[in-house]
Write a protein that binds this ligand. Structure first.
Ligand code: UD1
Ligand code: CA
Length: 464
């Protein structure tokens, strides 16, 4: 029977002091709740149900394209036990193992989830609770053991006696695996007679123990995996943990980093061997970087595809692609489906949008190229611009193979520059240029002999 994962994410998160729901705050390039969902995915669960409440629309719309995520709305936040009950009612009951995760615990490893499920199945447990021993136990539910050292109950921090608070150091992580059938039948037994007047999911443990159902606890030795995010300070701490985890994996796979504390790579980016990431580099989204590249410093790749042997120096590449041996920067901005073919170059202070740059072509200095298809071995002189926007429409420019666009050429689109054509420096090109032709548009240049000397004499005389 397939596993159902429930991700609890209806809470408000008042300590974030935010207009957005807590679980939508970003850890690296993804919201907190995405990380919990992703861990569930990687643990091979069959169904993922996110419980939403506060800011429900914002959470739902983030996952709008993800067909594998279902939502259940908890309209009143009456506690974690109530949240799970609402899911049971919405799904018409549970079958198979049910894993419960918190939307504000982004660091749980998929292997930890799978192993919890395996242990629950093997022992036929009604519930297996993952526990931890954090350095600061304040706020966490405490695990009470019986004389034989078996879990007897979970008592919330606020419901503990002073003695319990001081002596019970093993805490509830908020991650559980339940037997779905037994959970469906028994969850209504949870009451709300406690310090917070809430329906605590944690009460299931004591209820099962009272019924003689098998319940177990599994201790997770890496407390950092179970860090909960309740404040922006904890968000920064959790981000650090994930940054380190990802960077250490990449380095083990053959990626170099001059300073791993200054490199941020998202969950879904992949980076090839012998590539070096320099400081202040951000690799976000579904970016793929090949082998033998140098990326950074001060660069951001977002949903970018980078071939092998590329240099990306102080450059931003968003939703764009560079093929092998492409050189970018310093200070290039490639966006909106731009594609640089093999061996081409984006130089300094250039912006390219929705354009293709053919093999070996160069856009070296201070240019804007938009909505353009450029052939191979084209040279774009410094300061050249495609005037692609007439105030209403975006118009296309094509530049043929081997064309030489002189410096400071304005190409007023729609316009075609033929293969091998030349444009004179400073020309404003408003009509198509045939292949192999010269297009030059500039007024005559005058020489006035001795003018500078006469002017100086005039000015000096005026000063006396
Ligand atoms: C919970 C556990 C506590 C454990 C801790 C670990 C309970 C009663 N307590 O406490 O034993 O040590 O997690 O981090 O479960 N939520 C809903 N609907 C609700 C209430 C909460 O979806 O009605 C969600 C929250 O958004 C959050 C998660 O459930 O993502 C946990 O709720 P929270 O209030 O943060 O519980 P804790 O006090 O942290
Ligand atoms: Ca919490």
């Amino acid at each position: 029977m397939g596993v159902t994962a429930i991700v609890l994410a209806a809470g408000e998160g008042t300590r974030m002091k935010s207009r957005h729901p807590k679980v939508m705050h970003r850890l690296l390039d993804r919201p907190l709740v995405w990380w919990a969902v992703n861990s569930a995915r990687k643990a091979d669960v069959e169904r993922i149900v996110v419980v939403v409440g506060n800011g429900a629309d914002e959470v739902r719309s983030y996952f709008a394209d993800d067909a594998d995520v279902e939502f259940v709305e908890q309209t009143e936040r009456l506690g974690t036990g109530h949240a799970v009950r609402v899911v049971r009612d919405a799904l018409g009951g549970f079958s198979g193992p049910v894993v419960v995760l918190s939307g504000d615990s982004p660091l749980v490893r998929p292997e930890t989830i799978s192993s919890l499920v395996e242990q629950t199945k093997a022992a036929h447990n009604a519930c297996t609770v993952l526990t931890m021993t954090p350095p600061d136990v304040c706020g966490y539910g405490r695990v009470k053991m019986d004389a034989a050292g078996k879990v007897a109950a979970i008592v919330e921090h606020k419901d503990c006696t002073d003695e319990e608070r001081a002596t019970l150091l093993e805490c509830n992580s908020g991650v559980y695996c339940f037997c779905g059938g037994r959970l469906s039948e028994n969850i209504d037994k949870i009451g709300c007679d406690n310090a917070q007047g809430e329906y605590y999911l944690t009460d299931m443990v004591g209820i099962y123990v009272g019924m003689g159902e098998p319940v177990a606890s599994v201790h997770c030795d890496d407390y950092a995996e179970l860090l909960g995010v309740n404040s922006r300070i904890q968000l920064a701490e959790a981000t650090k943990v994930m940054q380190r985890r990802i960077n250490e994996r990449l380095m083990a796979e053959g990626v170099s980093m001059l300073d791993p504390d200054q490199v941020w790579v998202g969950a879904e980016a992949t980076i090839g061997r012998d590539t070096t990431l320099l400081p202040q580099t951000f690799v976000w989204g579904k970016t793929v970087v090949g082998d033998d590249c140098v990326i950074g410093p001060n660069s951001r790749l977002e949903n970018a595809r980078v071939g092998n042997g590329c240099t990306v120096d102080e450059t931003i590449i968003v939703d764009s692609q560079i093929d092998d041996d492409v050189c970018c920067g310093p200070r290039a901005y490639l966006r909106g489906n731009t594609h640089f073919l093999k061996g081409s170059k984006a130089g300094t202070h250039v912006e390219l949008k929705n354009s293709t740059v053919g093999e070996g072509s160069k856009v070296p200095h201070l240019s804007y190229i938009g909505d353009t298809t450029m052939g191979a071995h084209v040279n774009i002189g410094g300061g050249s611009i495609t005037c692609n926007y007439d105030g209403v429409n975006k118009n296309k420019t094509t530049i043929g193979d081997g064309a030489f666009v002189g410096s400071d050429t304005m190409m007023v689109a729609p316009v075609n520059i033929g293969a091998g054509a030349i444009t004179g420096a400073s020309s404003c090109i408003t009509r198509d240029v045939p292949a192999e032709a010269l297009a030059i548009e500039r007024s005559d240049m005058h020489i006035v002999e001795g003018y500078a000397q006469r002017r100086r004499a005039r000015l000096e005389k005026g000063n006396k």
